[in-house]
Ligand binder design. Structure first.
Ligand code: BGP
Length: 478
């Protein structure tokens, strides 16, 4: 529908931006930090673009004051960051490493002193390697107790200081990349193991949310889901059904568990028939139902356009991690769907489709199905940026991208969606897990590249000033 007039953004709307520990901090062996699965994975030849790693990243660990000062100058209302589990418990559990915890205490204090709302992510993929070695991490039920124990330390430490908490970041991504595509640690390719690990991740997610509520924590908690709403390429009913299946297997399979405590019917039945469904033990369903989030975090980058894919059709294809436009391969699930190019959309140099309207569609679907407030925990454009001789970055393409998405959010709010805030990905430039440093997302350019010997100086991009104005005007002119 087209509105004659759009609603205003709520007065307390959280205009924010985001990062994740491994992608910004560096200092990978400092102050007693333990080794994470990513610290190990990046050292296996051929796993990341040009062998890049987060040993130094953009050195946020030492430069957080400078980064928070930039946020303050920009007028940012919220900053989403993640805690590295290995800084708190170098081996996943045991004695607290105070020096590691202190970094986050200092960061949170610095944010609060600058009137920036901290949004704390408990888990953004950097699992302690010790837990991987001991019981295979997410493939064991033991992870539930260890994750809850770790989260509880943070709840106790930041009670009353941190009001917004994200439990798991993109469970659907770290599980599918880790256990099916073998592109994230532990690089397994086995759907049965994937669905079981995913089930334990569901339990861990529910357990920390339940713990948060049992502790009567002030504030709100929810997971961040990587939602790519599914479209059918056209009105051929076969393709429409493929899109429904994709929505079930790629989206409801997680969101239904978060919000209803149950897996979607058709997807679960299909997996059972194929012998791939997870083992659900007595008590699991009760735990899932008891861990209901207060909001749903959404990381939105693009939609997913599909057609029917026959049983002998394509399987998993290669991703574009080099920034050579058009180098990604077709990918699908035989017998169900395959992804195709959407003829109405432009693509980035990494072949990600640009679809602001898709964000409104996704927000509407969530609201209809789950009736829960949404916090947009990530959205942004990964592109090459050029630092000019006078140290400017004219990223008008990023401004266009963000403007389109902010407008779509405003339309969704006008439709009746309850949106708590918008965290762009990312604040500073940072390490992209598989794509190195050349795929940039930030408002703040950081001089760092694949050789990893950059000056680490920070420079404000044009998009920095654009967002500053949006925040000042509370989105009135977007
Ligand atoms: C999300 C992750 C982020 C970030 C972002 C951009 O999946 O939560 O950590 O990396 O995607 O993705 P990429 O770095 O692959 O371009």
């Amino acid at each position: 529908m087209e509105h004659k007039q759009l609603d205003q953004f709520p007065k307390n709307f959280l205009w924010g931006s985001a990062s994740a520990a491994y992608q910004v901090e560096g200092a990978w062996q400092e102050d007693g930090k333990g080794v994470s699965v990513w610290d190990e994975f990046v050292r296996i030849p051929g796993k990341t673009f040009k062998g890049t790693n987060g040993d130094v990243a953009v050195d946020h660990y030492h430069r957080y004051k400078e980064d928070v000062a930039l946020m303050k100058e920009q007028g940012l209302k919220a900053y989403r960051f993640s805690v590295a589990w290995t800084r708190i418990f170098p081996n996943g559990r045991g004695e607290i490493n105070q020096a590691g915890l202190q970094f986050y205490i200092d960061l949170v204090d610095e944010l609060i002193a600058n009137q920036i709302e901290p949004v704390l992510t408990l888990y953004h993929w950097d699992l302690p390697q010790a837990l991987q070695d001991e019981y295979q991490g997410w493939e064991s039920r033991k992870i539930v107790a260890d994750f809850t124990n770790y989260a509880t330390v943070l709840f106790e430490t930041f009670r009353g200081k941190v009001n917004y908490w994200v439990s798991l970041n993109e469970q659907n991504i770290f599980i599918s990349h880790g256990y099916l595509m073998a592109s994230h640690p532990p690089a397994v390719s086995d759907p049965k193991r994937m669905y079981q690990a995913n089930h334990y991740a569901n339990l861990a997610n529910a357990a920390v949310i339940k713990k948060f509520h049992d502790m009567d924590m002030p504030g709100q908690i929810g997971p961040s889901f990587a939602y790519g709403p599914n479209y059918s390429l056209n009105s051929d009913p076969k393709n429409v059904l493929a899109a429904e299946d994709s929505e079930d297997l790629n989206a409801h399979f997680w969101m239904d568990v978060y919000l209803f405590g149950k897996y979607p019917i058709a997807a679960l039945k299909m997996l059972k028939k194929q012998g791939l469904a997870p083992i659900i033990e007595p008590g699991d369903e009760e735990l899932l139902a008891a861990g209901k989030p207060d909001f749903l975090g959404i990381n939105y980058y693009q939609t997913n356009t599909v057609v029917f894919n026959p049983l002998d059709g394509v399987g998993l294809g290669k991703m574009n991690t080099t920034g050579e436009k058009g180098s990604s391969e077709e990918s699908g699930l035989p017998g169900v769907f395959k992804r195709v190019e959407n003829p109405f959309l432009e693509r980035t140099n990494w072949d990600w489709e640009i679809d602001p309207e898709g964000l409104r569609i996704g927000l509407r679907r969530i609201t209809s199905r789950y009736r829960i407030p949404v916090l947009i925990t990530e959205n942004g454009l990964g592109e090459y940026d050029e630092l000019t001789e006078d140290k400017a970055i004219h990223d008008d393409y990023r401004i266009d991208y963000l403007k389109g998405h902010v407008h779509a959010i405003r339309e969704a709010i006008t439709d009746g969606v309850d949106v708590l805030g918008y965290c762009t990905w990312s604040y500073t430039d940072l390490l992209s897990w598989l794509n190195g440093y050349q795929k940039r997302y930030g408002f703040v350019y950081v001089e760092q590249d694949e050789k990893q010997d950059g000056s680490l100086n920070r420079y404000k991009k044009d998009s920095f000033y654009w967002y500053q104005k949006v925040i000042q005007e509370n989105g009135t002119n977007v």
